[in-house]
Design a protein around this ligand. Structure first.
Ligand code: IPM
Ligand code: MN
Length: 343
């Protein structure tokens, strides 16, 4: 396997230490990657007036993958500026339309639920929907003020994310839950349901369930074992995957992959937890979500053996209780334990 080039964007807050830890683990896994670090972050914004340089996207395009720690430091830069200046444009520009987020309990992790056998793969639409960015404000600051934020659902966008989800279901337990709110949103979500039915005809082996987002929230808590692949729009997927993180023991375990399935541009891998300013300087960020995201990256790059070694080392560590109690073990202690299992 030739060296693959990874662009590292540690970003803000705990994004920095978990990225560092993840790259130590990647190096020890035997993966063949070389990394280049970009300092794009809220600090960078305060110095330069933008989150990344004007040619940032073109710079990233030359890499095989991107690993991102976290973006955001709302006390200093509004989230609407930092996220729309870095994370969200990368997802869109590189057509990373499938955001994959696995939710299952690692050995030794006690989630908040009595049901513990769940193994859910959330597939979140990642380039349009409620995150389209289309909209505006008029009469700002007056009593007549109006704000419009338009969701956009294109046939291309909906069809490709559903097809991706059906394909994932085919590689797993052949069960797909499609999540909408088509009882209230009669245009976009009814369209989504229709596309789901159309694709279901192409995948007769997949058992398809249609759920409304509110009911899905209840199901993920009450009966998560009944779910396999779950597909949802951008915002619904965002919300469901924080719920998924909670049932898998917390955001410290929630990994994600922003995938460009056509491989026409690099995909991006990031833990779901965000920058967590409240614990940023405490040295206690759980790097497991970053390790898991790095394993997903190596898998995507065809380096499945090092990826499997990382997952096995993480599971060996959690099975011994390492990193399983929020805030108890330091980032370094967890990293050293996983490195120890990598040998
Ligand atoms: C996530 C995050 C982002 C999102 C924010 C930071 C814009 O919550 O990746 O889940 O909503 O996509
Ligand atoms: Mn989120």
């Amino acid at each position: 396997m030739s060296m693959q080039r990874i662009a590292l964007i540690p970003g803000d807050g705990i994004g920095v230490p978990v990225t560092q830890a993840a790259m130590r683990v990647v190096a020890a896994s035997g993966a063949s990657v070389e990394t280049q670090t970009f300092p794009w972050s809220c600090d960078y914004y305060l110095e330069h007036g933008h989150m990344m340089p004007a040619d940032g996207i073109e710079t990233l395009r030359g890499f095989d993958a991107i690993f991102l720690g976290a973006v955001g430091w709302p006390a200093r830069v509004p989230d609407s500026v930092s996220l729309h200046g870095l994370l969200l444009p990368i997802r869109k520009a590189f057509v990373q339309y499938a955001n994959i987020r696995p939710h299952r309990l690692l050995p030794g992790v006690e989630g908040p639920l009595r049901k513990t056998g769940f193994d859910i793969l959330c597939i979140r639409e990642n380039t349009e929907g409620e995150y389209s960015g289309a909209g505006g404000r008029v009469h700002q600051g007056t009593d007549d003020e109006v704000a419009v934020e338009t969701s956009i659902f294109t046939r291309t966008g909906v069809e490709r994310i559903l097809r991706f989800a059906f394909e994932q279901a085919m590689t797993r337990r052949r069960k797909l839950a499609s999540v909408t709110k088509s009882n209230a949103q009669r245009h976009s979500m009814v369209f989504w349901d229709e596309m789901t039915d159309r694709l279901a005809a192409e995948y007769p082996e997949v058992e398809v369930g249609r759920y409304h987002i509110d009911a899905m929230c209840a199901r993920m808590v009450m009966d998560p074992d009944s779910l396999d692949v779950v597909v949802a729009s951008n915002l619904f997927g965002d919300i469901l995957t924080d719920l998924g993180a909670a049932i898998q023991g917390g955001l410290g375990f929630a990994a994600s992959a922003n995938i460009n399935p056509d491989r026409s541009a690099p995909s991006m891998f990031e833990p779901v937890h965000g920058s967590a300013p409240d614990i940023a300087d405490k040295g206690i960020a759980n790097p497991m979500a970053a390790f898991w995201s790095a394993a997903m990256m190596l898998d995507h790059l065809g380096q499945s053996e090092p990826a499997a070694r990382i997952m096995a080392a993480m599971e060996a560590a959690t099975a011994q209780g390492i990193g399983t109690v929020p805030g108890r073990d330091t980032t370094d202690a967890i990293t050293d334990a996983v490195l120890g299992h990598l040998g």
